[in-house]
Design a protein. Structure first.
Length: 290
């Protein structure tokens, strides 16, 4: 009996030490999502449209399990002077499940959803029925600090990556595949060529997110002039209405006087009796009173 009591007391004495040791052990164990180099963990999802594109942080990759035939969208940011390169590896479905070759395509769009040209890389890749993987890549032009609206040149802001299947046998639609995406960029703001202008704000869409490494421009204060107060304010329209009405009335009075008395003299009334001693021709002059 005494031995049992002593064992129970010893176990109770060890409980505080175990409670203190558990948090220390959990703190020492690394998080499964953290990386030893400090880079963010790969994204495991992809959007199905521009509005649902998954944002990728600088240096973040993507490793996504997808379905053959889906449109896949990711978004990343690029600043002036950078030359982004997008690399993708598509792991196709098992050979036994496929019925023919597949063609995959990668496209890149800017924040205004304008399609950007690839200067290097395999933008379209076709794999036969025995192929296990496909490699695609796209290197954009250097991001400029400023460009004409009609040029379509790359500008700082958000860029979208779209991966799709352009040719696949009908029975192969829906087969399980996987995609690895890596975005790299060389160059920085020091490499940006002077263009004689400056972009006020990066091309970041207001909806649907999109990562951006460029800083948004500060709002510009409106310039005040001596006539600014005349056209602003809730009561300015009343001033203009009263003034316009007064000018319209004055113009009406002046117009009436000019059209009624063009020579500035008031004519006699029609049918008035002329003064005595004046001679007028006509029946009225020949008339004599009885």
């Amino acid at each position: 009996m005494r031995t049992t009591i002593r064992g129970a007391l010893a176990a109770l004495a060890l409980l505080p030490a175990l409670a203190l040791g558990a948090p220390a052990a959990s703190a020492a164990s690394p998080s499964p999502s953290a990386s030893a180099s400090g880079t963010p963990a790969p994204a495991t999802k992809a959007g199905t449209s521009f509005l649902t594109a998954v944002n990728l942080s600088p240096g973040q990759d993507a490793n996504v399990a997808v379905s053959t035939g889906d449109y896949l969208y990711w978004a990343f940011g690029a600043s002036e002077g950078q030359t982004p390169t997008i690399g993708l590896t598509v792991n196709l479905a098992p050979t036994a499940d496929r019925h023919g070759p597949q063609t995959w395509s990668v496209e890149v769009f800017d924040g205004l959803r304008r399609r950007q040209a690839c200067t290097a890389g395999t933008q379209n890749a076709t794999g036969d029925q025995n192929a296990a993987t496909l490699a695609l890549s796209c290197t954009l032009r250097e991001v400029r600090t400023w460009a004409e609206p009609w040029s379509g040149d790359p500008l700082p802001g958000t860029y979208y990556v779209r991966l799709s299947v352009t040719d696949v046998p009908q029975p192969d639609l829906g087969l399980a595949s996987s995609v690895q995406l890596h975005v790299s960029a060389k160059g920085d703001a020091d490499n940006a060529q002077p263009e004689g202008g400056e972009l006020k704000a990066p091309l970041v869409p207001p909806a649907g997110g999109g990562a951006s490494t460029a800083k948004a421009a500060a709002p510009v204060a409106a310039e005040d002039h001596w006539y600014t107060g005349w056209f602003s304010g809730w009561n300015s329209r009343w001033y203009w209405t009263i003034g316009g009405g007064f000018l319209a009335a004055l113009a009406g009075v002046l117009g009436y006087n000019l059209t009624r008395h063009p020579h500035g003299r008031r004519p006699g009334r029609y049918g008035a009796v002329p003064p005595q001693g004046t001679h007028q021709s006509g029946s009225y002059a020949d008339y004599e009173r009885p």
